[in-house]
Design a protein around this ligand. Structure first.
Ligand SMILES: Nc1ncnc2c1ncn2[C@@H]1O[C@H](COP(=O)(O)OP(=O)(O)OP(=O)(O)O)[C@@H](O)[C@H]1O
Length: 683
């Protein structure tokens, strides 16, 4: 759940597309430079910055202080460099103008310059090594927190699009922590504020030098005025240019925002491995490319330029010409202060060189400062997202005061559902309507019904993957909402309809079913055997070590001539649908027979298996869920095959999101209702 604090509100407000009602910038979209956004950034920084900086700087407090001090010191060095070099030039000039070449001062000045250079290099390398430690530990901290967040978010929490967006931008914030502003995505982390301080220091020292030099001239006010124009003009021009032509990748109006969303969708589709087969089989490539092209054109403003060619061309050309002319005038005018200074009594070649060096340094530093500042301003919004994301509480996790420890029953799990209702987010029609049933520990329940009748939804609610909207679900006579999902999951083994396939070895694919035994090949072999999959594993080239191809592509393509051969040991092996189902069953069996597991939930576990394999699987389930003294686990399975349903103690027949018939196979047949009709139709 998102805690709606002021950081979150300000972050959300910053994403609003100007002039649209409720349209938001795509996650990661750059915010416009405006007064409103500046205020929002300030609001976010006020609340989030101390929190984030405390989090990341806490790891190396002393080093962080050293880093800050060294960076401030570094800011003075460019001015010192100019000053030291000016003294050397002056000494040489004096020698030439007086004709006395003893130059006693020169070795001393050169030694001083050499010392300065050595100190600067030493300082730079000290800063780099300190920066590496501080940045990397900060990076580790934020990356760890982001991973932790990502792993604890449950499906109901992630079904909120705002949560997904805030997590996305939070992830971008984490990526901005690549060392020393090299963010990789043109992002800067808040730690790069240090760079701003260095640049401010540089500006101050250059200004000080220029002022000191100009002071000696009678026309110092004029020199300072011209210098200010020379220094500030390029920045004013580039600012004006930026205002007239904002960055093309940013969506600042509703059409661009819609295009950005479409662009993202098409890009995801093009890169998706999951959809690759359909894209090829249905020849979707031209359509994807066309949609992408249209969206990209809108984003880049190319359509508008095409239709408004003359206006765009003339404006751009005029602007560029104007800029060039003014730049020429300024280049010439740079010499005016130099001439004035040379005329004054204190004017010397050294001071002229120093002035030039400082003016150029100032122009460069201000440019650096502005671009760093602009990037940092964007990172403030990402920092807001990170800070808001860290406060997300997974919806399924109960508040501490509500939590109850799970207590196992010997014979399995007692489950009682009372009037459960659930509607998927964004849907109107409920998927579950007033579902009620009761299961005693150790009982086996088969859920049957037509497609879309709510069977899988019910399975996900029973396994606490989804929450329900209303009603009650008691597990061992306790409200399921009072159990911590992690703890509850320890007592369940499940297979879902669209089970996971990993691009990993067979051993890993099976072993993750009980992570404590992920490397225990003995246990993995046992689970594989229980699932009747030994013959599949034995037929693979490297047995349990064979890497599987989850994308469904055929790994046995012939090597194209001229292409570097990929070692066959690294090639992933494809499996058939039924073979994958055996792997998924083995995974579920990794934990199914553990004593702490009280419930097995199997959603169509044998849908791709042949009749023999299906019977063997249900025999295995029966064996796993029974001990020498009777049943030990409750079993719930979903099936479309009524011959397997009759193996259960009870059958729930679902229709339109609710259980319309509930009882034993015989009771339901005697009732002569929907189940009986389906049963007779299937034989
Ligand atoms: N993620 C989802 N978002 C929105 N609606 C969904 C989602 N998943 C399922 N539904 C809808 O909920 C209803 C119940 O779906 P459910 O998957 O539970 O049916 P089912 O009985 O398991 O179907 P099947 O036998 O085809 O697997 C359907 O109307 C379906 O369209």
């Amino acid at each position: 759940m998102l805690s709606q604090g002021s950081t979150f509100d300000a972050w959300l407000a910053s994403r609003a597309v100007p002039g649209s009602k409720g349209l938001l910038l795509t996650p990661g979209g750059r915010r416009q430079l405006s007064f409103r956004n500046a205020m929002l950034a300030f609001e976010i920084a006020q609340e989030a910055a101390p929190k984030v900086l405390r989090m990341v700087w806490g790891r190396h407090r002393l080093r962080a202080v050293i880093l800050l001090s060294l960076n401030l010191a570094r800011g003075v060095f460019p001015a010192l460099r100019g000053y030291s070099q000016a003294l050397i030039i002056n000494e040489i000039q004096t020698a030439f103008s007086t004709g006395r070449f003893d130059m006693k001062q020169l070795p001393w000045l050169l030694a001083r310059e050499f010392t300065r250079m050595t100190c600067e290099s030493a300082l730079d390398s000290l800063i780099n090594s300190t920066e590496r430690v501080v940045y990397n530990s900060a990076r580790l901290e934020v990356e760890y927190r982001q991973m932790q967040l990502q792993l604890q978010l449950d499906i109901p929490t992630l079904s909120d699009p705002l949560v997904r967006d805030v997590v996305h931008e939070s992830d971008l914030f984490v990526r901005s922590f690549a060392q020393s502003g090299a963010g990789g995505f043109g992002l800067l982390s808040p730690l790069d504020v240090v760079r701003l301080l260095t640049l401010i220091c540089e500006v101050v020292s250059h200004v000080f030098i220029i002022y000191s030099l100009a002071r000696t001239s009678p026309s110092h006010s004029f020199i300072l005025l011209i210098t200010a124009v020379i220094v500030l003009f390029p920045h004013i021009v580039s600012w004006l240019r930026m205002c007239s032509r904002p960055d093309n990748d940013d969506a600042y109006n509703p059409q661009e925002a819609a295009a950005a969303a479409k662009l993202e969708k098409m890009r995801n589709l093009a890169y998706s491995e999951t959809h690759r087969r359909e894209i090829l089989a249905w020849d979707l490539a031209p359509w994807i490319l066309r949609c992408w092209d249209n969206a990209r054109r809108t984003m880049l403003g190319l359509e508008q330029m095409d239709s408004d060619l003359f206006k765009e061309f003339s404006f751009a050309a005029l602007f560029a010409q104007l800029q060039l002319s003014l730049a020429d005038i300024l280049a010439v005018s740079q010499n005016i202060p130099l001439l004035l200074m040379l005329q004054s009594s204190g004017g010397s070649l050294g001071s002229v060189a120093l002035y030039r060096n400082s003016v150029q340094g100032l122009v460069y530093t201000i440019r650096e400062f502005l671009s760093t500042f602009r990037m940092l301003a964007q990172s403030v919004f990402l920092m807001g997202a990170f800070s808001a994301a860290m406060d997300i509480r997974p919806r399924l996790r109960p508040a501490k005061c509500m939590q109850v420890p799970y207590r196992s029953l010997k014979k399995g799990m007692r489950i009682e559902a009372r009037n459960l209702c659930y509607t998927y987010p964004g849907c109107v029609e409920p998927a579950l309507k007033g579902v009620s049933f009761k299961l005693e520990p150790g009982e086996r329940l088969a859920i049957v019904g037509h497609n879309g009748s709510g069977k899988s939804t019910l399975a996900q609610i029973l396994t606490r993957i989804l929450d329900f909207d209303s009603g009650e679900l008691l597990v061992n006579d306790v409200d399921i909402r009072r159990y911590c999902p992690n703890e509850y999951h320890r007592h369940i083994s499940s297979i879902f309809q669209g089970f996971s396939k990993f691009n990993a070895s067979v051993a890993k694919n099976v072993g993750v079913g009980y992570i404590g035994n992920v490397d225990n090949h003995g246990e993995i072999h046992r689970a594989v055997k229980m699932a009747g999959a030994s013959h599949i594993v034995d037929s693979l080239p490297r047995g349990l070590k064979t890497r599987l191809d989850a994308s469904g592509s055929d790994s046995a393509y012939p090597q194209l001539s001229g292409w570097q051969a990929y070692p066959s040991s690294k090639m992933n092996h494809g499996l058939s649908g039924g073979e994958w189902q055996h792997i998924a069953l083995s995974r579920a069996f990794m934990r199914a027979d553990r004593p702490e597991v009280n419930l097995l939930v199997l959603d169509e576990p044998t849908s791709s298996l042949d009749a023999h394999a299906q019977n063997r699987t249900f025999d295995a389930v029966e064996k796993i869920s029974s001990g020498p003294h009777g049943r030990t686990k409750t079993v719930i399975f979903i099936t479309h095959r009524l011959c397997t349903a009759r193996r259960a103690d009870k059958i729930a027949y679902m229709q339109n999101g609710t259980i319309v018939e509930f009882g034993t196979h015989q009771e339901l047949l005697d009732r002569k209702g929907a189940y009986a009709a389906l049963h007779y139709a299937s034989i």
